[in-house]
Design a protein around this ligand. Structure first.
Ligand SMILES: O=P(O)(O)O[C@H]1O[C@H](CO)[C@@H](O)[C@H]1O
Ligand SMILES: O=c1cc[nH]c(=O)[nH]1
Length: 236
């Protein structure tokens, strides 16, 4: 400590629970909008990390960057070197079916992926990894208390944002039951499992491949507040 990618000098600078959006400016938005007594603990590579209080309880928020290699590094360092117990990814996703609408919130019960991340990292050779059940139960209860509807579904963690075969999403939906696509949950769930830690993933639908609807980059940074409010209840 510090690590190659996180400059916090002590474990105490980071809460036991870290909310993790891909976008550093979404992390800043959450700190500016929802947290009090905020201290920035990381700006290495502009991957911003903050610790503060929410309703008087401690919580941290730090970006993961985009893709499994990136969240693989940050989640590993937080769990393994900083004593973090829970990481809740709060990301955007593309819908694969019109059953999920723009701004809907999805709790990823598990992630299917073609990625080699888990096999290379720890010899895991299935293509589905589950989020941590106790965290999922807590998040479902918080969503219920807040009156925010939430889908609980399988999602696709992809290494590729722009596929040559755009239509492939239909097969992934039909064959594997993934209602949407993002790029990190599979690696996060794997790291949590091998390190004996906990992870969950909440997603907001930012675009839909089936209906071709999409939000703007500004909305992806600032407007996904339902998902943020559910995750912030994890503060302790
Ligand atoms: O909005 P975030 O959390 O970055 O999540 C999604 O958005 C990025 C792609 O635009 C990928 O990181 C994907 O997983
Ligand atoms: O990975 C992602 C995230 C949002 N929208 C997509 O189409 N893909």
């Amino acid at each position: 400590m510090p690590t190659p990618h996180i400059e916090a000098k002590n474990k105490s600078e980071i809460a036991k629970t870290v909310l993790m959006p891909g976008d550093p400016l979404r992390a800043k938005f959450i700190a500016d909008t929802f947290l009090e007594d905020v201290v920035k603990f990381n700006q290495v590579r502009n991957v911003l990390g903050y610790t503060g209080t929410y309703k008087g309880r401690k919580i941290s928020v730090m970006a993961s960057g985009m893709g499994m290699p990136s969240i693989g590094i940050y989640s590993y360092e937080l769990y393994n070197f900083y004593g973090v117990e829970n990481i809740i990814r709060i990301g955007s996703c593309g819908g694969y079916t019109d059953k999920v609408k723009l701004y809907d919130v999805i709790l990823a019960k598990d992630a299917w992926s073609e990625s080699s991340y888990a096999k290379v990292q720890g010899g895991y050779d299935r293509d589905v990894i589950e989020g941590t059940e106790v965290l999922n139960e807590r998040l479902l209860n918080y969503a219920k208390d807040l009156g925010i509807p939430m889908h609980t579904e399988r999602i696709h963690s992809s290494d590729v944002f722009y596929r040559e075969n755009f239509e492939e999403y239909k097969e992934i939906y039909e064959k594997h039951g993934c209602v949407g696509v993002e790029m990190e949950a599979f690696a996060l769930f794997h790291n949590a499992k091998v390190l004996g830690k906990k992870a969950a993933c909440l997603l907001t639908v930012s675009d839909n491949l089936a209906t071709k609807e999409a939000t703007t980059s500004e909305e992806r940074q600032n407007a996904f507040t339902n998902m943020m409010k559910i995750a912030l209840e994890m503060a302790e």
